[in-house]
Design a protein around this ligand. Structure first.
Ligand code: HEM
Ligand SMILES: *[C@@H]1O[C@H](CO)[C@@H](O)[C@H](O)[C@H]1NC(C)=O
Ligand SMILES: *[C@@H]1O[C@H](CO)[C@@H](O)[C@H](O)[C@H]1NC(C)=O
Ligand SMILES: *[C@@H]1O[C@H](CO)[C@@H](O)[C@H](O)[C@H]1NC(C)=O
Ligand SMILES: *[C@@H]1O[C@H](CO)[C@@H](O)[C@H](O)[C@H]1NC(C)=O
Length: 511
């Protein structure tokens, strides 16, 4: 889950530095954006912000327009709500708007990981090499075999019985995608240590299942952990969970595994080379697990749910998937081989691509934050200029500024699977606001230096999961009238949103 998303976490726990107390006396100076300190000294608007970030920002925008500064837990944050001016934020030099230093503090607080000098460039390099382009070929193969191992192991592929299996869609999707992603990135049990392939697979299933349940506990504590408001009992639990993750994901354990991804391996090697202590490397492993597995599962839930709720979308995507399978010369038969879903096949699915982009538009809501390192002037697209103070923060919340702007995306609350398709079936990239083309028309991955380095792999994971679900199973909501659950609004800003409750569905083999 966007490791670095929760800007506020640093704030609250940072303690009330004497200087910030001076914030009480802060006044808006000429040339600065509107300032809204809220009524509570120091805390400012943090309680309302935390309760429902989206609602709060909408209220502020109504009151102040598309740029304003608010006080949150001793910090002054300028929110920019004009998508046409996003480029100026994203491309501003590091000497003015900095991501790294501030992110490293955060990671140290939440994950106890102390970053090294070139941490971020190592991550960028390894991700460019192994999570996109040709590197993705290897990852696609690994993910495919792990997904099928998990999706099909309980199902008898040879008998006549095609009975329905019932489950909660959120837990089902998150579970499978988390475990398959984890095994593909962090490696699987070596056949040599347990005797046979079958035993290795079984051990992988059991261990990844246990890890998933621990992960979910941490996941549920996370928003309050990030805001620094856990109860003592919860804080103890979080502490215990962290220790167990460091143990489970430890470098020494990893080295006994097979098929560790190059993505993880290279980053681990780079740290070993500079002599990082093993205990510190183990902490980094959990950071990687958190960043890589917290978002894709929830997103895959929303994708399947939207397809089930929208008949025409389901039909279009299913037809596309069946066509791609057929054109690859494969056909599913009882007792026959499993699907060999290649990267090439996954590049021929424009309708599925659009459905995924639409899913992320509606359910991915990161908060992008930068520290203001020196006094600066921020220039908006319409020419207005604002003075921004050193020591403040600047932030974007694209969900409210872009994703649900009715001018950019008409009927923004509706799921339209073909919203990102041109009439000729190609990918649509032209979106407008007030007659101007909007470059950042969705931002599920963030942008600029902090943009998600796993986005190509993540999209691929979503496509693979949906593709395999569609070719192997028919699936439907247990209650066809089921309403789409509300988003859990305590998680705004934390990446992929989660629903307030699960939804029951059923599935059975299709062939
Ligand atoms: C639907 C799935 C995903 C979504 C919506 C998502 C979104 C994001 C966002 C918004 C950020 C930026 C956070 C910020 O600006 O502070 C981020 C960071 C990150 N993501 Fe993802 N992500 C997803 C899946 C993945 C996957 C599968 C991986 C790895 C295999 C991954 C690895 C990372 C890492 C390592 C970072 C930290 C980047 C840094 O320090 O600059 N993500 N992600
Ligand atoms: C381990 O993962 C690789 C892909 O990374 C896969 O080819 C292999 O079959 C898996 N082994 C077992 C025993 O599941
Ligand atoms: C997984 O690791 C085993 C043992 O090192 C190796 O024989 C096999 O080729 C690997 N599989 C893949 C898909 O890389
Ligand atoms: C799947 O197809 C690819 C490309 O055609 C091939 O290289 C690979 O060996 C196949 N894998 C399996 C498991 O059949
Ligand atoms: C930055 O601006 C503030 C407020 O205008 C001013 O008090 C301060 O001296 C400036 N700092 C620098 C380094 O220019």
């Amino acid at each position: 889950m966007g490791v670095l998303l929760p800007i506020i976490l640093a704030f609250l726990a940072a303690g009330i530095g004497g200087l910030y107390l001076l914030g009480v006396f802060r006044q808006r100076r000429p040339g600065e954006p509107p300032l809204d300190k809220g009524v509570i000294p120091w805390l400012g608007h943090v309680l309302e912000f935390r309760r429902d970030t989206l609602k709060f920002l909408e209220r502020m925008q109504q009151k102040h327009g598309d740029i304003f500064t608010v006080q949150l837990g001793g910090f002054y944050i300028t929110f920019l709500q004009d998508p046409l001016s996003f480029g100026a934020f994203v491309k501003e030099s590091r000497e003015k708007l900095d991501f790294n230093k501030f992110a490293q503090h955060l990671v140290q607080r939440v994950f106890r990981y102390v970053a090294i000098e070139n941490d971020h460039s190592i991550l960028q390099m390894s991700s460019n090499k192994h999570l996109k382009g040709d590197g993705l070929e290897v990852m696609t193969q690994a993910m495919m075999s792990n997904l099928q191992n998990l999706m099909l192991h309980d199902i008898d592929l040879d008998t006549d019985k095609r009975s329905w299996i019932e489950d909660g869609l959120f837990m089902f999707s998150y579970n499978i995608v988390f475990r398959a992603g984890y095994l593909s990135l962090f490696g699987n049990v070596s056949r040599n240590t347990v005797g046979s392939d079958e035993k290795a697979k079984e051990k992988d299933r059991a261990e990844s299942e246990a890890l998933f349940y621990e992960f979910r506990k941490y996941d549920q504590l996370f928003p309050n952990l990030a805001y620094g408001i856990l109860s003592p009992r919860e804080r103890k639990e979080a502490e215990k969970l962290l220790k167990s993750f460091w143990e489970t994901l430890s470098v020494s354990k990893m080295k006994t595994k097979d098929n560790i991804s190059r993505w993880v391996w290279d980053m681990q090697q780079a740290r070993e080379e500079v002599g990082m202590k093993e205990s510190m490397m183990n902490r980094y492993m959990f950071l990687l697990l958190w960043a890589s597995q917290g978002n894709t599962g929830p997103s895959s839930f929303w994708l399947l749910l939207f397809l089930m709720k929208h008949r025409e979308a389901m039909k279009a995507v299913k037809e596309e998937v069946d066509k791609v399978l057929k054109e690859s010369g494969q056909q599913l038969q009882r007792g026959g081989p499993l699907v060999n879903l290649t990267r090439e096949m996954l590049m021929k699915t424009p309708i599925l691509d659009s459905a995924i982009e639409e899913t992320l538009r509606l359910t991915a809501a990161p908060l992008l934050t930068r520290a203001v390192v020196q006094n600066m002037t921020f220039k908006m697209a319409n020419g207005r200029e604002y003075f921004i103070r050193k020591g403040d923060r600047m932030a974007l919340f694209p969900y409210s500024a872009v994703h649900i702007d009715p001018e950019i995306h008409p009927d923004p609350q509706l799921f339209k699977y073909d919203r990102f398709l041109n009439p000729d079936g190609s990918k649509k990239t032209a979106f407008y606001k007030a007659g101007n083309k909007v470059k950042y028309y969705t931002m599920p991955w963030g942008a600029g230096v902090s943009m998600c380095p796993g986005r190509f792999f993540a999209t691929n994971e979503l496509k693979q999961f949906a593709f395999l679900m569609l070719v192997y199973f028919e699936f439907e909501l247990k209650n066809p009238e089921e309403k789409i659950p509300e988003i859990d609004f305590k998680r705004w800003g934390f990446g992929s949103m989660q629903p307030q409750r699960d939804v029951q569905f059923r599935y059975r083999l299709r062939y």
